[in-house]
Design a protein around this ligand. Sequence first.
Ligand code: PHE
Length: 430
Amino acid sequence: MTLLRKSLRFFAVQCRNCASKSSPNVEFTASTVDIDGRKFNRDKWTNVNPNILKYLNRNLHLKPGHPLCLLRENIISFMYKSFPNHAGNPIFSVFDRLNPIVTTKQNFDSLLIPQDHPSRTLSDCYYLNKDFILRGHTSSHQEELIASGLDSFVVMGDVYRRDEIDASHFPVFHQAEGVRLFAKHQLHDIDKEKVELFENGKRTPHKQEHHTELTSDKLQHELKTCLTKLVHHLFGNDVETRWTETYFPFTHPSFELEVKFQDKWLELLGCGVIEQQILYNAGVPDKVGWAFGLGLERIAMRLYEIPDIRLFWSNDSGFLSQFQGATPNQKITYKSVSQYPQCFNDVSFWLPEGGINSSDVYEIVRGVGGDIVEQVRLVDEFLHPKTKKRSQCFRIIYRHMERTLTQAEVGKVHERIKAQLAADLGVTLR
Ligand code: PHE
């Protein structure tokens, strides 16, 4: 029986404004869980709670200036650059706003995950009911995107797994998934090689029963080359890497890529040759392919030296301001922020003739305030319509590493800063 491609109609609808949406509207009734107007009937599988659902629309990977967003942009620009078509345009399509509420069919069945696989258990995932789940990995979208006609795509988004919470575990994190399919002429040089993509052979540790030895070899080579280059692009050429063999129900053979950090091997990603059955089920019996999935937090924690995974969820400007305005491949080393509260005061003044240089303001503020000054930024500027005098307002955020500062003690430092600004820069305090 020949399987036809299901349809080229594009059914993976991306949500256009989800980057700007606030927390979802969630209501638990006796028989349903309602999320943004969608009703899910509760059953004995339902184990989501209001606490986890509030992460649904956060979309940290789409938040400009967030470290996960910088990493997303960096990975995408690598994929775009590495895989151009003959006209120089990128062949990869990116899906970074697919709804994280998926069917259990998408999350498990479409990936050939057996009924009794531990990843299906209630203690591992967040079920809305027996048919719907908060995706546990971005692989959930593989089959439908392939069935919709795509050959090369990246999916990025939030994934949910029940887990302990500590410095390196959090029940919500972010993944990037890459899939690349090849027709015969794209993998093999059909003019020179007399080879087939497929054979009716045996499954060995090295290949699937459907693939010829050469098909499997070439796919593995393409996959490993792409991922080694990506890791070098992110961490620099000196980083040490190694491949280990592993098992996933949806790829064979399957590998993990590990990277050495501070003398320890850290697993960065899983990948492999896509199980041919998935491509048959998606209506693409004439192509073969590879797939990978990597965790964004793991990489971002190493890239930016962020010591605790919980910091990604921080709304604290002490965390966020360190990444604002950065470019995706800029080297940034995170400096730890105190757990004690911030305290801010503004200073406004008229500029002298000829203006001033903002960096002189920053220097004076830090010189007088010392370690308790966390951030200084220009928050307002104003031109008087009649006098044509210009005024500026700077916000100074104070915070102590070991204790809570009182407004009174901050007030004294702030007065000294103001006096110094007036004396050194000739500004007129307002
Ligand atoms: N989905 C796997 C995970 O979350 C990663 C993976 C993706 C492995 C694609 C192989 C291919 O662990």
